[in-house]
Design a protein around this ligand. Sequence first.
Ligand SMILES: [Zn+2]
Length: 173
Amino acid sequence: MNNTKKPHTIESLMAKCTEEGDCQLWNGSTTKYGHPVMTFLCENKRTTTNVRRRVAQLMGMKIEGMMVSCSCNNALCISPACIEVISRKQLQLKTMKRERQQSRINTRAKLAKIAQRRSPVMSMALAREIRSSDETGRQIAARIGVSAQIVSRVRTNRSWVDFTNPYLRLKAA
Ligand SMILES: [Zn+2]
């Protein structure tokens, strides 16, 4: 019985991926960090190969003592278009940079959310709600998240004057 399996080629590995732009996203097993791996039995021992390293080797890149990463930062990608061989130090710097970027994005999203809570876009609908509410100015300002000054200006018809309100027109007459 012939036990030798046909060795993988770049094409046979890409056949196990889903193409997404320049990326080839691995559909097989992954490590707990989401990096593509292949597991096979070799002399009754389970052996795990890092697929990205295998692709880099097949591409003729020198990977000894180096890390194999991908420029697209998608952990599942094994595309020759994205693969880059870098030193451990470079990889650390890259990871740090990505984490900093991610935390900046998170901070910005958080601030945007807070800003939205503090000042909803003022609208005629809100102005009507302010005028029709029995709450004190302070209460409604806190509830809908606008300043007490805006509430006061709306209630005294100094801003967001509602000309469709017949009572207002009567009062003005
Ligand atoms: Zn990619």
